[in-house]
Write a new protein. Structure first.
Length: 151
């Protein structure tokens, strides 16, 4: 069950100021009291403290206006509908990537400490993409390792 704190501004400020001194067990208890659930596993004390501080301020000030909450929920739905979950691609040294750009085929070799393209070394795929196109590109996007999000 969620509990609502009734703190005036002075009490809230002193409660917030005291959060960094709390041990993990006390932070978890505060989380349970404020959120009515167990905290997610593996989260840091720093995250617990910030989430607790947010909830305390939210309860003291009344939280988001309903119109703001609806706007954020709609934005999250729209983003989720556009976004595809893709597997993380791990590229091992020695991997060769090919990309055609304006009729020219570029070969990139992944090295231990960067990448090589046309016998020149670069720090990242993005640096190679920038050298090829003359504009800022995400290297993984340019070389087809992740899909571009549709607008």
């Amino acid at each position: 069950m969620k509990h609502r704190l009734s703190l005036n501004t002075g009490n809230l400020a002193s409660e917030l100021a005291g959060l960094p001194a709390l041990d993990r067990r006390t932070l978890i208890e505060k989380w349970r009291m404020l959120y009515g659930t167990e905290p997610p596993g593996g989260i840091s004390n720093n995250f617990l403290m910030h989430a607790i501080a947010y909830r305390m301020q939210e309860q003291a000030s009344g939280g988001l206006k309903p119109s703001t909450r609806r706007f954020l929920e709609k934005a999250a739905e729209n983003k989720a509908a556009r976004q595809q979950i893709l597997p993380v691609i791990s590229i091992k040294p020695g991997t060769r990537l090919l990309r055609e750009w304006h009729g020219v085929t570029y070969e990139v070799i992944i090295m231990e400490d960067g990448v090589q393209c046309n016998s020149k070394r670069y720090r990242s795929l993005s640096e190679v993409a920038r050298a090829i196109t003359g504009t800022n590109w995400s290297g993984p996007l340019f070389f087809g390792m992740k899909k571009q999000e549709v607008a």
